[in-house]
Design a protein around this ligand. Structure first.
Ligand code: PMT
Length: 322
């Protein structure tokens, strides 16, 4: 295993995973990230005063990119706005969890959903040299975002990624830092993760020239890290992965296969066009349909989804006796 990512595990990772980490460009400020994780986990598992230890969930959110050049001009992207991860984070925090939010730079952020996406500066006006005021229609949304951001600073750790290399190296560091939390640790893997990548050593250094004619490039399969996460990095953690398909006829079957193959506790199956209305949670022998409350205009599917996950996680903690 790559020593850049913290202590080596006792069981060797399988060759594919090892080769992915060996050839990945080193993560910037890896030591700083590990320090932040350690402090955040320590703080939340032994909060000051009479507070009881918090359960910790790692929420992954947004899509990973695959660079095509080392000095990257072009890249392949994976679809995900980050809405699922950001909204779910808010409900996990409301349920008392501490959240490590591993998100794609520029994707949706918790507590910012009601702020205008592209026109943030339109929320504000300068009344004189020293005073900035919030325009009336945005007052409540800005107040909520600022208030929650400050109040929840110690319950939310945000770590950004862009590439598949950064994402997987950070996921590994997070998982290893959460290992000692045992069954109190949760992984909620909503990020859209690249399935194919160009290994760093076979990647062009400079911008690929179009004058050389059509581009012929070999992409290698990204090893599924779910098995390493479950078997080696954080074996006692409660793990929820996602399955996204555009063809609803194959969705549930593929979700069930993923649950069995990677021994996930739950797989959340969603179809691209209806993902904001409903999801099906595949767990054990059950298929549980979870829907947004359509009688409320401001409802979302994440609210009942996180409620279900929290109750199943509580049962898991109780069963594991820790
Ligand atoms: O962000 P939004 O716009 O709100 O959309 C949310 C979503 C549709 C992106 C989200 O709900 C979702 O389905 N995320 C997972 C998408 C995905 O990558 O699905 P997949 O079938 O390719 O992967 C399944 C699981 O394997 C994922 O949990 C992924 O983390 C994991 N994986 C994937 C590839 C890989 N090489 N290693 C992995 O571990």
């Amino acid at each position: 295993m790559d020593s850049r990512n913290g202590p080596a595990s006792e069981t060797p990772l399988d060759a594919e995973i090892e080769s992915f980490f060996d050839s990945a460009p080193p993560l910037k400020d890896c030591a700083g990230i590990i320090k932040k994780l350690k402090e955040f986990i320590e703080f939340n598992s032994t909060p000051p005063g009479k507070g009881s230890p918090r359960r910790v969930v790692c929420v992954t959110s947004g899509g990973t990119t695959v660079p095509l050049e080392q000095r990257c001009v072009r890249f392949i992207d994976n679809f995900s706005s980050g809405n699922r991860g950001a909204t779910s984070t808010e409900y996990f925090i409301k349920a008392g969890y501490a959240v490590i939010f591993l998100y794609r730079r520029g994707s949706f952020q918790p507590y910012c959903q009601s702020l205008p996406e592209d026109l943030l500066l339109e929320c504000f006006e300068c009344s004189d040299d020293s005073t900035i005021q919030v325009h009336q229609p945005h007052t409540e949304a800005v107040k909520r975002a600022v208030r929650d951001h400050h109040a929840l600073g110690c319950q939310l750790l945000k770590l950004p990624f862009t590439t598949i290399f950064e994402y997987l190296q950070m996921l590994q560091s997070i998982a290893m830092s959460m290992r000692d939390l045992g069954s109190h640790a949760v992984f909620y893997l909503a990020a859209a993760v690249s399935d194919f990548y160009v290994p760093w050593e076979s990647m062009a250094e400079h911008k690929i020239q179009s004058a050389s004619g059509p581009l012929d490039m070999r992409l290698v399969q990204v090893p599924k890290m779910l098995s390493a996460l479950k078997k080696e990095w954080a074996p006692m953690a409660f793990c929820i992965s996602f399955k996204l398909e555009t063809d609803s006829n194959i969705l549930l079957e593929k979700a069930e296969m993923a649950r069995e193959k990677y021994r996930m506790h739950m797989v959340v199956a969603n179809e691209l066009s209806t993902r904001k209305e409903e999801v099906t949670v595949v767990t054990g022998n059950e298929r549980i349909l979870v829907c947004r409350d359509k009688t409320r205009a401001d409802s979302d599917v994440e609210e009942p989804l996180i409620e279900l996950i929290v109750s199943r996680h509580s049962a898991y903690v109780k069963d594991s006796g820790l």
